[in-house]
Design a protein around this ligand. Structure first.
Ligand code: ADP
Ligand code: MG
Length: 256
């Protein structure tokens, strides 16, 4: 049973067909990678799934509901979360407070003179920090975190909203190869533990192949291949696109 169904999605910018008849499905608890060279249309797809960009044509159904035409906020309320390419945390707050703020927002509590904000959702926030392996950094200021830790915190903030579907457009951008691996492994663990569905993009093919349950390959706005990691890796058309773009599988090279 598919949880997210994308059908015949199109988006052009002027004469440029950024997304050209893309259809795919995502199951519950599936970690699906969307890969492709720069300019392939990955971010454009994400932006349409999230309601930031209106498609020219097409349908995006989440659990039977049409998302096209809905505002990002309403899509978010249906349980679609996202991590940002540019990290969005409150620098002046501590690590645990950032997660508490997300939990407060999720439960739509508001601050008042009577709210003991410092205690609100602290235990839940600590549980999420435990999930991402940052419990020991709970009381550090967010603005002194290493970049990799900030990205992990971003994941905890996204998880605070208890999403059913998480959209991650280049979540590991700017990270060192070892950190990329760790963050995606962590994401895979969270998918397994919480049954979240995830659609993600990632430049490092090793990271994709190690973690994705299934892979979609986009090229010039069109789906070039779709299948298991082994199928996609062995696909000559995919190899050609990547070799043509100067990227080889297995090199772990970053070509952002
Ligand atoms: P990817 O994320 O795979 O690198 P994008 O979705 O960002 O690719 O871009 C796909 C194509 O659409 C590119 O040719 C890009 O230049 C173009 N594009 C993306 N966003 C816009 C925009 N807002 N206005 C005009 N062209 C855009
Ligand atoms: Mg992009």
């Amino acid at each position: 049973m598919s949880f997210l169904t994308v059908q015949n999605l199109y988006k052009s910018f002027g004469g440029n067909r950024a997304v050209d008849d893309v259809s795919f499905a995502l199951a519950k608890g599936e970690l699906l990678a969307l890969i492709g060279p720069n300019g392939a249309g990955k971010s454009t797809c994400f932006n349409m799934l999230y309601g930031i960009l209106a498609p020219d044509k097409g349908s995006v159904c989440l659990d039977g509901r049409e998302l096209i035409g809905m505002k990002p906020r309403d899509i978010w309320r249906l349980g679609v979360g996202r991590t940002f390419q540019i990290t969005a945390v409150y620098a002046s707050m501590s690590v645990v407070e950032n997660v508490q703020m997300a939990l407060i927002s999720h439960h739509r509590k508001t601050f008042s003179a009577f709210t003991r904000a410092a205690r609100l959702y602290r235990d839940d926030a600590m549980a999420l920090l435990d999930l991402i392996g940052m419990k020991d950094q709970a009381d550090r200021a967010a603005n002194i975190l290493a970049y990799g830790d900030l990205k992990r915190l971003e994941l905890a903030v996204a998880m605070a909203h208890d999403p059913a579907l998480l959209l991650m457009d280049e979540p590991t951008a700017g990270m060192a190869p070892g950190e990329r691996r760790a963050l995606m492994k962590l994401t895979a663990d969270i998918v397994a533990e919480r049954g979240v569905s995830v659609l993600f993009t990632e430049h490092d093919m090793d990271v994709v192949f190690e973690n994705a349950h299934r892979v979609l390959v986009l090229n010039r706005g069109q789906l070039l291949a779709e299948g298991s990691v082994d199928d996609v890796r062995a696909n000559p058309a995919v190899q050609e696109v990547y070799l043509g773009g100067g990227t080889t599988f297995g090199g772990g090279g970053d070509h952002a």
